[in-house]
Design a protein around this ligand. Structure first.
Ligand code: PXP
Length: 244
């Protein structure tokens, strides 16, 4: 019997291509073109976060990307307005994330305990529309149990604390992610991870056998400024595949 481990799938988040475009309210750079180039470079799907404040990705980006039949993982907060947009457009995947107006980027996972009812309704509405739902959470058992009882398909473990620490502190964060990933997988959830991952810290995360997918944005788009998005994605893909 083969014991081959499935390769980790890479979702490339292209929000910051839109950040650059919105800086001038221009049509350039093209988010759809960037998505196609990222796929050429080895991205397995494209992730976009349609924020309530529309600071980067706009509603028309979602429409344009889906028109091109691009596999989209749509990140949204679990509000009624955003869930309705997802249901109207029907991406294959939706990842529910918390949102705060003042934050520079998503700052942590969903509080599935205190917002249980709102998230339960969002998961049910999206699932009934045939959209697979992932919940972005901290690597904590209590939240994994809640994600399971909320009937999410997947969880995405927040790797921000891992990315923002060093040495033995980073080892502690990595151990939390490893333990949470194993626990999620044992509970029949698809376990993904993301936030703050870059070319220097991705390998230890890519070596975790219980993880299925990684979502990476800022570091890839930053590298793309100098080498182009296709090369930036393929360099990341090599690190993930070789786990080096
Ligand atoms: N996963 C989630 C749920 C996110 O909100 C983000 C940022 O939008 C990412 C992954 C990607 O994070 P980064 O841009 O730091 O790679």
């Amino acid at each position: 019997m083969s014991t081959k481990v499935k390769p980790i799938v890479l979702g490339v988040n292209i929000d910051h291509v839109a950040t650059l475009r919105q800086a001038r309210l221009s049509i350039n750079p093209s988010v759809t073109r960037a998505a196609m180039d990222a796929l050429d470079g080895g991205a397995d799907y494209i992730t976009i976060h349609l924020r309530e404040d529309r600071r980067h990705i706009q509603d028309f980006d979602l429409v344009d990307l889906l028109k091109k039949n691009i596999n989209i993982n749509l990140e949204i907060c679990p509000s009624g307005e955003m869930v309705d947009i997802a249901i109207k457009n029907r991406p294959k995947f939706c990842c529910l994330v918390p949102e705060k107006r003042e934050e520079l980027t998503t700052e942590g996972g969903l509080d599935l305990i205190n917002n249980y009812d709102q998230i339960e309704s969002a998961v049910a509405s999206l699932s009934n529309a045939g959209i697979a739902v992932s919940l972005f959470i901290e690597p904590v058992k209590e939240f994994i149990d809640a994600a399971k009882s909320l009937r999410a398909t997947s969880i995405e473990l927040h790797t921000g604390n891992y990315a923002n620490t060093k040495d033995e502190f980073q080892d502690i964060e990595l151990a939390k992610i490893r333990e949470a990933a194993n626990y999620g997988k044992k509970n029949q959830l698809i376990v993904n991870a993301g936030h703050g991952l870059d070319y220097s810290n991705v390998s230890s995360i890519a070596r975790l056998n219980s993880l299925s997918e990684l979502n990476i944005g800022h570091s890839i788009v930053s590298r793309a400024v100098t080498v182009g998005i296709k090369t930036a994605v393929s360099e990341m893909k090599i690190l993930i595949e070789r786990k080096i």
